[in-house]
Structure formats: C-alpha cells, structure tokens
Design a protein around this ligand. Structure first.
Ligand code: CU
Length: 195
C-alpha cells in the first residue's frame, strides 16, 4: 500500500476490456476525460454499492459539468459479472457509468496496474465472495494518475477535489489538492464483505 500512499510507482496503464454493452474498450477510448475508476463486484453487499452511489451522486450534482468526467466500474469478479449482468447493474448508479469486464487475465492485469488487491474467498455454503481494496481512483485527461479517495468518501468531498481539475483542460497543471487528500488518509481500507 506504500505504493499508493507515496506515489513511488505509476498507477494505471493500458487495458483491453469489454464494456457492459459488449464493446471492446481500451484506455485510448477515454483520453480527454477525467476518469473515476472503481474496482469491485456486483454481488458486493455493502462497500461497492455505497461508493458507486456516491460516485453517481457526484456526477448528478455536477450536472452538465460532469460530462468532462467518465466514471468506470471494473469488475473483479468477471466469472459472474458478464457484460449482460453489468448492463443491469451499472445504470442503477448513474446512466453514464461504464462497466468493464473481460478475461480473468485481463482483469488481473488492470487490477495490478492500479495496485488493486483482490482475492476470491470461498464460503462455507459453496459460494464465494471477493475480498478487495476499494479505492476510488482519479485519472487525468491523459490517463495519468492524480490520486485516490478512500472507500466511504462522500460525493461532496469528491467534488471538492475534482472541481479544480475540471477548470484546467490542459495537462500538467493539476492542483495539489489531491496530495492533501492523500495526506489525510494514512490507513488503507478494504472492502471485506461478510462471509
Ligand atoms: Cu465491494
């Protein structure tokens, strides 16, 4: 987790996945947009829906200005979260939220690039859940990492950090408000669903 805290290594990078409408998607499709990237799984009972709700609410609060932002939900459970399932899941949070799924290898690769921890945990009833880190990543218009929000961040708090970036369409002029946010968040959090 030191990697995230201190930004020693790059976070993010190229990916090739499928969106919830079945279209192939890469990082290049989203250039020019500020990205909010969230990793989770649709069957998550608590943390994922809470954070996705706040992400959706932030976009709704922004109104037309929110068009500069593309929210993305990447499943860590591609086995169950098919494009068809995501098509039913993501629109309930925001109409512009894009769900991404893909092969287990492609998902693992993207999660690794974002320093996301995730692990399948078998349950006694024969089912499984996914233990995963639940950071909300913010990427700039060129796909560079700006920072992250911890799980449970409110829409209002997200907007206070994001809004300065909206006013600056050029790269390399990002405000340091995100760094201050990081300083406030020393302890990493995980989404640990009930087993
Ligand atoms: Cu979750």
């Amino acid at each position: 987790m030191d990697v995230l805290m201190w930004n020693r290594e790059p976070v993010g990078g190229p990916f090739g996945l499928l969106d919830h409408e079945g279209r192939a998607r890469t990082q290049d499709d989203f250039r020019g947009k500020i990205l909010i990237v969230y990793f989770g799984f649709a069957a998550c009972p608590d943390v994922c829906p809470t954070d996705l709700t706040e992400i959706g609410r932030a976009l709704t609060l922004l109104g037309p200005d929110g068009e500069a932002i593309q929210p993305i939900f990447v499943t860590l459970d591609p086995e169950r979260d098919t494009a068809a399932l995501l098509a039913e899941y993501v629109p309930s949070f925001h109409p512009r939220l894009i769900g991404l799924t893909g092969s287990p290898e492609a998902i693992r690769q993207m999660a690794d690039a974002y320093k996301v921890f995730f692990e399948k945990v078998e349950r006694p009833d024969g089912g499984y859940t996914i233990d995963h880190s639940a950071f909300i990543y913010l990427m700039d218009r060129s796909g560079n990492y700006l920072g992250f929000f911890p799980p449970g961040t409110s829409a209002e708090r997200m907007l206070a950090i994001i809004e300065p970036h909206l006013a600056r369409p050029r790269n390399g002029q990002a405000s340091n408000s995100m760094d201050r946010a990081d300083d406030r968040t020393r302890l990493p959090s995980r989404c640990r669903p009930e087993k």
